[in-house]
Design a protein around this ligand. Sequence first.
Ligand SMILES: Nc1nc2c(c(=O)[nH]1)N[C@H]1C(S)=C(S)[C@@H](COP(=O)(O)O)O[C@H]1N2
Ligand SMILES: [Mo]
Length: 317
Amino acid sequence: MRVYRPTAIAGSEITPEASYFNRREMLRMAAAGGLTLAAPSLASGATQADLQFSPGGYDPEEEITPEADATSYNNFYEFGTGKADPAAKSADFNPRPWSIMVDGLVNKPAEFDLDALMALGLEERIYRMRCVEAWSMVIPWIGVSLAGLLDRVEPLGSAKYVAFETIVRPDEMPGQRGLFQPLNWPYVEGLRLDEARHPLTILSMGMYGKTLPNQNGAPVRLVTPWKYGFKGIKSIVRITLTEDQPASTWNRLAPGEYGFYANVNPAVDHPRWSQATENRIGGGGFFGSNDRPTLPFNGYGDEVAGLYAGMDLKANF
Ligand SMILES: Nc1nc2c(c(=O)[nH]1)N[C@H]1C(S)=C(S)[C@@H](COP(=O)(O)O)O[C@H]1N2
Ligand SMILES: [Mo]
């Protein structure tokens, strides 16, 4: 039996007690029709509102990372390069109202606001997350299928890739102003169309039962659990269907270190460190030994290996 560990969060952010004592039991009961989940209250204007969602599949049955760790140890360079910067320096970021433009090689380009995205159907997906820096977490995301969104805009036959773009808002994002600019903005990412359509791929709008905190990519970020964390582009404003492989921020910066595919692969080391093992964050220490073996495709090989049949995974890392 696994539970959300109660964590030291502000009283105003505490979710209904039911969310805490045994999340998986609660979701099973909900699936069986025995329990009503919290109603959505996005209109309340709260910075973090409860979400209504249905249970999704793919639960890895591993201990969920404490919420306090998942929301305080982050990579989001728009707010600074330190792990504590995104939580400490994102209070001025205002993710509402918001909309995502979906365009490019599609029949029906359209702009989707948050209500339109949520209407695609929110599901909870408990996924492993493996950063290319060799740390990992298990996070209960709440999101919608990216395939469902793509269906709405009707990709043309010529569309082969999907490009993603993060917002540029220097007045609200301290990492985007000042002398030291660690990356070129906007942060961009991309997937092959079949990867984007894969059932594991979601646009996440929440975690731990609530809307996303700013530091985790509010209000909408990508989650592809079989790829390194940097593919999970945050605070998305544009999604464009393309014929050619789109640029991705880390690949452009250091192509010998970060590939376009970025599939988790313990057999392909980063030039400066091993990818064979990882450090599961949580339980107090961020800097424990990397004692956990890293799994091919982060443990999602049964689901996704077929996407790469015949491909040289060492050359196409
Ligand atoms: N726009 C943007 N998206 C981003 C990043 C970033 O710096 N900017 N960092 C990436 C990296 S390296 C990781 S590991 C994950 C971290 O997500 P988390 O902070 O929610 O764990 O976000 C990814 N998405
Ligand atoms: Mo990362």
